[in-house]
Ligand binder design. Structure first.
Ligand code: SF4
Length: 512
């Protein structure tokens, strides 16, 4: 849908073209490039010779037209690395010269707007990836996420934020998008209303959000988004980037005063009126019910419809797989993809026979919960990264396969290459954060290990730091956890609760 934002963005592309030309001809530094390019959804990569583009996919929704575009663009430019992010975007990596501009411009023709996907802007508005189709959800939050995305893209043209702002929607208690600890989170309730949480976030000094408003009519969503921007621009820190996120405002004011400030802005917005919405529901096809089963085939809330889940290891999806999925679903009515915040790709709205076909062509990927661990792109690509988290995950998987650890013996890890927490390590049962340690007086690459984090609604908890493990020993540590579980005769979940501190004890044997 082009609601005018795309045309405005297109008019501004000249500034990006200039920055891109200057950077790739050696006329500017990565820092200079990033200061312009971030606002257009691009950054330079480690080494300063290549760049990436981040494609916003509101709610992680990827319809056939967008998918075809991504496949065609990636094929045309021989893109060798495609990464799904924890904010439900798709990143194309290792680009040079005018490839980024070409993709950015072409994306607009297919409703993918990269504006503000980086830099100090409102980031991709995320939503529960199976919103609208998942059994047990309260209601489909996607139409409201889409309205919020449109509002924020318009607002960013006129309002300079202190830093990035993350807005998200959750349709069930899985809290997949971490709505209770984002800058602004809309949490669906059984009665069809939202609870609204604010001023949470991961990264350095992670904080849970606070409940700022209860039983909100979803039609009032935009009043809340506007109030959030108003609070951020009035109270946010424009001088110190390290403190310029909403959680620091709450820290400085105290939770009560923060809530009052939020409600003041909300009251003013509601008094002005004019922002109520009643978005159309997202249509779901009706197909003849044919019952099928399969490991990665799941029934939707709509009778006769299924979704198939494919989990690319480390969030890196091969172009060949995207192309195969695009070809397979081309003639399937109403079928689309959803990119989830934990790196899964769900293919939704499938009939039984279609689900079998999609399951067949998407064989491969992560084969158990451990192999579906979440990792950011990591320091081999990301210029901010300290460690190659993605490479570490692959070494962990190799070590676990070699040791013959049972499928049910390890949890899903969450790995971030630095304190920026793009892998959301704080809410992993085991979370790893890239850093350094000193061994025999010598600094070595290492990971801080956190245990027992949880992101589920009502059970949110940041993990406890157990210690720091040298990078070279992390795969060994993972194997040791798997062996301890294997020898207990229980699966990981049973083993974990069999004795308090049992996981930390195994990890501690590897810390320095
Ligand atoms: S956590 Fe750090 S290394 Fe990973 S993507 Fe974010 S900034 Fe880069």
């Amino acid at each position: 849908m082009n609601d005018g934002n795309d045309d405005v963005f297109r008019d501004r592309l000249g500034a990006f073209r200039e920055a891109e030309e200057r950077f790739f001809s050696g006329g500017s530094t990565p820092k200079e490039y990033n200061s312009v390019a971030g606002g257009f959804g691009s950054y330079s990569q480690r080494g300063g010779e290549r760049g990436m583009i981040r494609l916003r996919l509101c709610g992680g929704r990827l319809d056939k037209d967008k998918l075809d575009f991504i496949v065609a663009a990636a094929t045309r430019h021989s893109v060798d690395r495609i990464h799904t992010t924890t904010c439900e975007c798709i990143q194309l990596h290792n680009l040079v010269g005018d490839q980024i501009m070409d993709i950015m411009e072409g994306a607009l023709d297919h409703g993918i707007n990269t504006q503000g996907a980086g830099g100090d802007h409102p980031r991709n508005v995320s939503a529960t990836s199976l919103s609208g189709v998942e059994p047990g959800e309260f209601f489909d939050v996607y139409p409201y996420a889409k309205e919020a995305e449109g509002y924020l893209l318009r607002r960013m043209l006129e309002t300079r934020l202190p830093r990035k702002l993350k807005v998200t929607f959750s349709s069930s208690t899985s809290n997949e998008t971490h709505a209770t600890f984002r800058d602004l989170g809309f949490v669906a309730r059984p009665d069809g209303l939202f609870d609204v949480w604010s001023a949470g976030g991961l990264g350095n000094n992670p904080r849970m959000g606070c409940l700022v408003s209860e039983a909100v009519d979803p039609g009032d969503t935009l009043y809340h988004v506007a109030a959030m921007v108003d609070v951020f621009t009035e109270h946010g820190d424009y001088d110190d980037r390290t403190r310029a996120r909403t959680r620091y405002i709450k820290d400085a004011m105290g939770e009560g005063a923060y809530r009052d400030a939020y409600l003041d802005k909300l009251g003013a917005r509601m008094a002005s009126g004019g922002m109520g919405i009643r978005p159309d529901p997202i249509p779901v096809p009706v197909k003849e019910p044919v019952r099928v089963t399969g490991d990665r085939i799941h029934p939707q809330r709509q009778e006769g419809l299924y979704y198939v889940t494919y989990r690319p290891v480390g969030g890196d999806v091969e172009l060949r797989m995207l192309s195969t999925i695009a070809d397979t679903i081309r003639d399937m009515e109403g079928v689309e993809l959803r990119v989830s915040p934990d790196s899964a790709i769900h293919v939704v709205n499938l009939s039984g026979p279609e689900a079998l076909r999609v399951s067949e062509v998407t064989a491969g990927g992560a084969s158990n919960r451990f192999e579906s661990s979440v990792s950011c792109i990591g320091g081999s690509i990301c210029s901010l990264g300290v460690r190659d988290s993605n490479g570490l995950l692959r070494r962990m998987i190799s070590a676990v396969r070699e040791a013959g650890i049972g499928d049910d013996s390890l949890p899903r890890f969450r790995i971030s290459g630095c304190p920026s927490s793009c892998g959301a390590h704080q809410v992993g049962v085991v979370g790893l954060q890239g850093g350094s340690a000193t061994v025999d007086g010598v600094p070595v690459p290492a990971y801080r290990v956190f245990v027992n984090g949880c992101g589920l609604q009502g059970r949110e908890r940041f993990g406890d730091l157990v210690g720091t493990v040298p990078e070279g020993r992390v795969p060994e540590m993972v194997v040791a956890i798997g062996r301890a579980v294997d020898s207990s005769g229980m699966g990981f979940d049973g083993w974990l609760v069999s004795r308090e501190g049992i996981l930390a004890d195994v990890v501690s044997a590897f810390t320095v």
